[in-house]
Design a protein around this ligand. Structure first.
Ligand code: CS2
Ligand code: MG
Length: 402
């Protein structure tokens, strides 16, 4: 069997997505998500100019050799663009392998390890009362876990509080919009929000919170300690994670579990965090961390150190990424949680898929392959639209982390 062609499809059914479709001489095709929010065209070019010419004529069954070829052969290894391109190829080849075998990919990864994939939704609002309403909505939809994000008094807008409640698209302008941030206001407000949430919903509901890379380790330690009475499932991205040993300081002060990794793209980005047990959940996902093959390596390393998965699943992870992530989630032994930010109806129509939400779980497709495709005709109706993620400045205008 040979790869005969591959194409990059950029579409914008409400937000931009980049999808790789690989074709073979036996008519079997496979798809892979290559979307990096705000850098979509960079990945599209990397695929078109530096990857697809190398794929033509290769045996699609040689998934590992192709991964190693594209990784080691790049010379300039790692990084979000390179690894998203490799991820898309890897995912599409697993899709093809499943179709050839007549099996869903999870059967090639060792089969099911659980009935369903527990997911969490995003409850967010400007006010605490609004948050309580949103949490009720997700509980009534059957969610067992909810991420809680609120507005901060004295700050006009903040991460995670979206206009549209079912999905969240922060990349809202061609030139980054600028938000203002105050760590002091944030730290003095958030614990009171979780006190109200626990008072309203009791101890059972799994609660999560995303600090979105905005604190220093001692600030994160202070927040983690303040949140201990509310028993969060995880505090996410407390600090920018380039300094992996910086998490030792957080660990010294708080038992609030830590989740990190959505911006990581290789196992080396999280090796120290995992092997020193500085985190409790690793949030790497298919599209950003080298595809199904590399994600499995990360989760297998994590399993040695009691670290569970908690894969990123924001709106900018396409249904192709979600379909692939669920094939991994259902099979690994150390699954933790899967983020599930729903997509617009237009997106779901462009990407027909057979995973489904039921009773707080996502259930992966059992069709051969990944159980997702892209309708190229429909995709062509939604041309690319320049969109960048916001930037964040402190109140004195100093650049901060968004
Ligand atoms: C967030 C993401 O879902 C999350 O945990 O961190 O929404 C993130 O802000 C976006 O994926 C960025 O494109
Ligand atoms: Mg996050």
């Amino acid at each position: 069997m040979k790869i005969t062609d591959a194409k990059v499809i950029v579409t914008c059914p409400g937000r931009n997505f980049v999808t790789l479709k690989i074709e073979t001489d036996e008519g079997v095709t496979g798809v892979g998500d290559a979307t990096v929010n705000g850098r979509e065209l960079a990945v599209a070019s990397y695929l078109n100019d530096h990857v697809i010419p190398l794929l033509i004529g290769r045996d699609p069954a040689m998934i590992e050799d192709t991964w190693q070829y594209l990784y080691r052969g790049a010379y300039w290894r790692r990084g979000p663009v390179t690894m998203a391109a490799i991820a898309a190829v890897d995912t599409a080849l697993w899709d093809i392998k499943g179709k050839i075998a007549g099996l869903p990919v999870y059967q090639l990864l060792g089969g099911r390890s659980r009935e369903g994939v527990t997911v969490y939704g995003h409850a967010n609002a400007d006010t605490v009362d609004g948050v309580l309403q949103e949490i009720s909505r997700f509980v009534n939809l059957g969610y067992r876990a909810v991420r809680v994000q609120t507005g901060i008094p004295g700050i006009a807008t903040t991460y995670g509080v979206s206009k549209d409640k079912l999905f969240y698209e922060p990349a809202d302008a061609a030139i980054p919009t600028e938000a203002v941030w105050s760590t002091d206001r944030y730290l003095s407000h958030v614990p009171s929000v979780f006190a109200r949430v626990r008072e309203e919903f009791g101890p059972e509901l799994k609660l999560l919170h995303d600090a979105h890379h905005r604190l220093t380790p001692i600030e994160a330690a202070r927040l983690g300690k303040a949140l201990e009475p509310y028993a969060l499932t995880w505090l996410e991205d407390p600090v920018p994670a380039e300094l992996q040993e910086g998490f030792r300081l957080i660990r010294q002060h708080t038992t609030t579990p830590i989740a990190v990794g959505e911006v990581f793209n290789t196992i080396w980005d999280c090796h120290q965090l995992i092997s020193e047990q500085l985190i409790d959940y690793i949030r790497t996902t298919v599209v950003h961390a080298g595809g199904i093959s590399h994600l499995r390596r990360i989760f297998d390393l994590a399993a040695l150190y009691h670290v569970r998965s908690g894969s990123h699943g924001a709106t900018d992870c396409s249904p192709v990424c979600m379909a692939a992530a669920l094939q991994v989630d259902i099979s690994i032994p150390n699954f933790g949680l899967q983020e599930y930010m729903r997509h617009t109806d237009a997106t779901d129509t462009v990407f027909p898929h057979s995973y489904r939400f039921e009773d707080g779980y996502l259930h992966p497709s059992s069709e051969p392959g990944l159980g997702v495709d892209i309708d190229e005709g429909l995709a062509a109706l939604y041309p690319y639209r320049p969109a960048a993620l916001p930037v964040n400045r402190l109140e004195d205008h100093t650049m901060h982390n968004w």
